[in-house]
Write a protein that binds this ligand. Sequence first.
Ligand SMILES: [Zn+2]
Length: 409
Amino acid sequence: MIKTDFEFKRTIIASGVILLIFSGAFLIYKILDQKNYISKNQKTVQVPEPVLPPDRIQTVIIPEGSVFSKVIIEAGVSSLDAEAVYVAAKASYDLAAVRAGRTINLAYDPSTNVLKKLVYPINDIEELQAKRTADGSWIATRESIKYEIRQKTARGKISSSLYAAGLEVGMDERAIIDLADVFQWTVDFAQDVRVDDTFSVIYEERWRDGFYVMPGRVLAAEYVNDGEKYRAFVYQNEAGIEGYYDESGGSLRKMFLKAPVAFKYITSSFTTGLRYVSAFNVSTGHRAIDYAASKGTPIRATADGTVTFAGWGGAYGNKVTIRHNGTYTTNYGHQSRIAVKKGQKVTQGQVIGYVGSTGFSTGPHLHYEMVKNGTRINPLREKFPGTDPLAESEKLNFQKTIEKYGPEL
Ligand SMILES: [Zn+2]
């Protein structure tokens, strides 16, 4: 087919328009691309912030029987620096008192390998920080340790002991001890624990620089002992004192501790399967509870009171008697060493002596008696009221704590 002249002109014009559109689009594309390029380029210009290489950190664990200067000189610190740090720290903390098992962190400049800083945790709250100044001298200060707090929940069922069950579900042993201590007025974990008892606990973990350091507070906990459920919620009252309360606002703190030996000393020796303790038994005449523990284990007063006897008690060996009020007294027998004197006032939990095997005894254990109005009774069956329940004015606030943690227990 032959195109007419008119048709030919139309094709030319159309081609021209298409070309114009394409070149325009290309131009716009190029402009946009250019802008994009610049912005990309500007970004790369902004990026190079002066990033200093991190300090080289050396962690030294203090061995048993060692001293500060020996530990850090063995770690490679010059005796000159060791001396200078010790002197600089002296006003804030005496480094002669460092404890075995704790760590000293040494920070070195990565390029010069010069010691810049030394950090020692004085306790869970504070650390000593010694820094080298620009002129090479050392300054030292006490600083509060800043932890990142993470919340953790653990649940378990007892097959042998609370300690074993806690370890099974991945708890730090210190957190297991904290959990037992929350219920130290409620459950005697040496005597009362039963197979199939259950627990759940919400607690804090303290982390630092991405590493787990230690457990923090127990926030809420539940222990079901022989079918009976006990719950505890942490609460700081209006006076600023923190304590544990049950769901109705009653304090878990009672007049008497359940056991005269702290849970941390009986973790491994007591299980539900194998208990080489003598229970309270009227028919055999053993109106006491025996706690097997190694010689030297601290014995604590189960309640506030006054020491009315501290000395040789014949068959009891070294014995301490505490009068708590007009109704109750307690006796602690077979001690290797007594730590209190007659007439002395003692508070609940205070160490009054140490486990031994003196008097009529075949092996180290504590013979613990509770006397009520002159009659020896079973302390585990005795019910004691809680002390200082929450005031009515605090109940609303406390309710919020229960709502926060209760459902997760
Ligand atoms: Zn006994």
